[in-house]
Design a protein. Structure first.
Length: 315
């Protein structure tokens, strides 16, 4: 018994091992899309994995993947559609985890407006924020109804998606998030209707992913990060009200109706297995971008995404 007590005392006196530091760049300011990250931090799940994670919101949302590619951060929250393009640009990036496992993007119109179907957009104005993928997505949706992007006027509304729609500047917007803009418009008394792109001819994809530089990343640290966020996602699913309280308790700015509604709408879309992926989903979206003329060739799936928990990665 004395030996046991002495061993316990020795353990108590031993300083804890220093946590491995990681830097995570978000895609935008903190919002409900980042629920598993914030809950993992608040509930001590990163600490359990021996990690000290610095979470950074970007000044320029386009920069996080490029900073990771340049070795200036370990991970970035990004978007599957953009990753395909960035790899073809030559950036050393791969998807190493999934945060939101369904599309959030939708083609948004006014609920009480004249647009009842994408077919009604012929000769109309459609707002967008980011050129490239959104045009390909819009082309696929319109194409299902015999309309092409040549039949509409594209208007760059510079991230002012719902205001441009509510003010009548445009007749529809592409790139609106169903968990945010749709709620924002309803709260402001201008309810909208979403045409869900994955139901309108666009291959389903992972909206929000984690990307890393495969040449410089520490696969073990990334795997531990995924384990922590997986535990956080399970906590959120099991405790939706308590997890909202934990999340919103981190900032006064999050404690409003829009964020609370967005939380409820985003919760079922969080990836339950952040490290795992559906290879076919990445193959199909690569093919879709190639067919749309967005990329010059087709990369194999292993050039786009990896499972950091696979035995080969952990060796």
């Amino acid at each position: 018994m004395k030996h046991f007590i002495a061993a316990v005392a020795l353990m108590a006196a031993t300083p804890a091992m220093a946590a491995d530091k990681m830097t995570l760049l978000l895609d935008w300011f903190i919002n409900p899309d980042h629920g598993p990250i914030i809950v993992a931090a608040e509930n001590g799940y990163f600490e359990e994995q021996g990690l000290e994670v610095e979470i950074v919101a970007p000044a320029d949302p386009s920069m996080p993947p490029r900073l990771v590619a340049a070795g200036q951060a370990d991970l970035a929250v990004s978007y599957q559609p953009q990753l395909h393009l960035q790899i073809h640009e030559g950036l050393p990036l791969k998807r190493v985890g999934t945060l939101v496992a369904t599309p959030l993007n939708c083609l948004l119109v006014l609920k009480d407006g004249p647009i009842k179907s994408p077919a009604d957009l012929k000769g109309k104005k459609v707002g967008f924020s980011v050129a490239g993928v959104e045009e390909a997505v819009l082309g696929a949706v319109l194409g299902k109804y015999g309309v092409s992007t040549d039949d509409i006027e594209l208007v760059n509304v510079n991230f002012s998606l719902s205001p441009s729609l509510m003010s009548g500047q445009v007749d529809a917007v592409i790139g609106a998030y169903r968990n945010f803009e749709l709620n924002q418009m309803d709260i402001e008394g201008h309810p909208g209707t979403c045409f869900y792109i994955e139901e309108e001819g666009v291959p389903s994809y992972d909206e929000l992913i984690y990307v890393a530089n495969p040449e410089t990343m520490d696969a073990d640290k990334v795997a531990r990060f995924m384990a922590a966020t997986e535990k956080a996602t399970q906590y959120i699913v099991n405790n939706p009200v308590k997890s909202w309280e934990i999340f919103s308790g981190t900032s006064v700015e999050l404690q409003d109706e829009l964020n609370e509604r967005a939380w409820a709408d985003t919760l079922p879309r969080f990836a339950l297995r952040p490290a795992g992926y559906d290879a076919g989903r990445y193959v199909r979206f690569e093919q879709f971008l190639h067919d749309s003329g967005m990329i010059p060739s087709i990369n194999p799936v292993e050039a786009i995404t990896i499972d950091v928990t696979a035995p080969a990665m952990s060796q």
